[in-house]
Design a protein around this ligand. Structure first.
Ligand code: TMP
Ligand code: ASP
Length: 245
């Protein structure tokens, strides 16, 4: 299938139309940004790693009954996905306090949350992706109450499945960000990616708070060894998926 037209270039991926209107092609880039693109760089091999890790996790979640936009990967850094209208929300699920939760509440990093927290951020770079309240979400008419209930339920199920999966890879799933889209039937599908760019992942075989970081925080906080951390996540995830199949 030839990709015909570049539809959109984001910070980490480029989206192309294909000759089938129901199918889009995403190309994952090595470009890395943080702090709303104020920090820019490259992580060598990231495009392929994030694409292959996302593909493996989408397929695994599909096998557990979670509908996703994933179709297949024609190349290691390319994913064919079902055409959806992306809901402009970043759905963040947290199991352990880190990142903006600590900055905004003063909680100590590493505090285990009594139950998982699902948060909604407006997907809007110009506004800096602000945290929304439920009322603001409905005020902005982003989704209906029924759609929000479906998303919340899906986010919690995905969290359960991903926590189990990463634990079996000796990785702690601290938090992560999901995006959802609506297909032409109005069905809500898990979209975007699940990768070391969009998750906080701590290596259970390391106790040092810096050495254990296996995700984009290595880039955000200049911790070094970014590429090798991403490679290690890829090796453990793909190894586990192979073992399970
Ligand atoms: P936060 O603690 O900075 O709010 O991030 C929560 C999670 O969401 C973390 O796993 C990183 C991920 N994330 C993204 O995928 N994209 C973003 O733009 C931001 C800010 C966070
Ligand atoms: N992806 C976001 C950005 O660049 C933020 C982040 O992941 O920290 O801008």
């Amino acid at each position: 299938m030839l990709h015909t037209e570049k539809l959109y270039e984001g910070k980490a991926k480029i989206l192309y139309s294909t000759d089938d209107p129901k199918v889009l092609l995403t190309c994952y880039k090595d470009d890395a940004t943080a702090f709303n693109a104020q920090k820019r760089g490259q992580i060598q091999g990231k495009g392929e790693i994030n694409c292959t890790v996302s593909a493996a996790l989408f397929q695994w979640l599909e096998s557990l009954g979670i509908p996703t936009h994933y179709i297949d990967c024609p190349a290691p850094n390319q994913m064919r996905v079902k055409t959806v209208e992306i809901i402009p929300l970043e759905v963040v699920v947290r199991n352990i306090a880190a990142g903006s939760l600590c900055r905004q509440t003063g909680m100590r990093e590493g505090t285990i949350l009594p139950s998982s927290l699902v948060e909604y951020y407006l997907k809007n770079d110009e506004l800096g992706d602000p945290l929304l309240t439920r009322d603001r979400l409905f005020l902005l008419d982003i989704i209906s109450q029924a759609q929000l209930a479906v998303i919340e339920e899906m986010a919690k199920k995905i969290n359960q499945h991903l926590q189990d999966f990463f634990t079996s890879c000796q990785i702690t799933l601290v938090d992560f960000k999901l995006e959802f889209g609506l297909d032409n039937q109005g069905q809500i599908l898990l979209a975007d990616e699940i990768s070391p760019d969009t998750c906080r992942l701590w290596d259970q075989t390391e106790t040092d708070p810096q050495a254990r970081v296996m995700d984009k925080d290595r880039f955000r906080k200049d911790l070094g060894q970014v590429e090798s951390a991403y490679q290690e996540v890829q090796a453990r995830v793909l190894g586990k998926v192979k073992e399970l199949s």
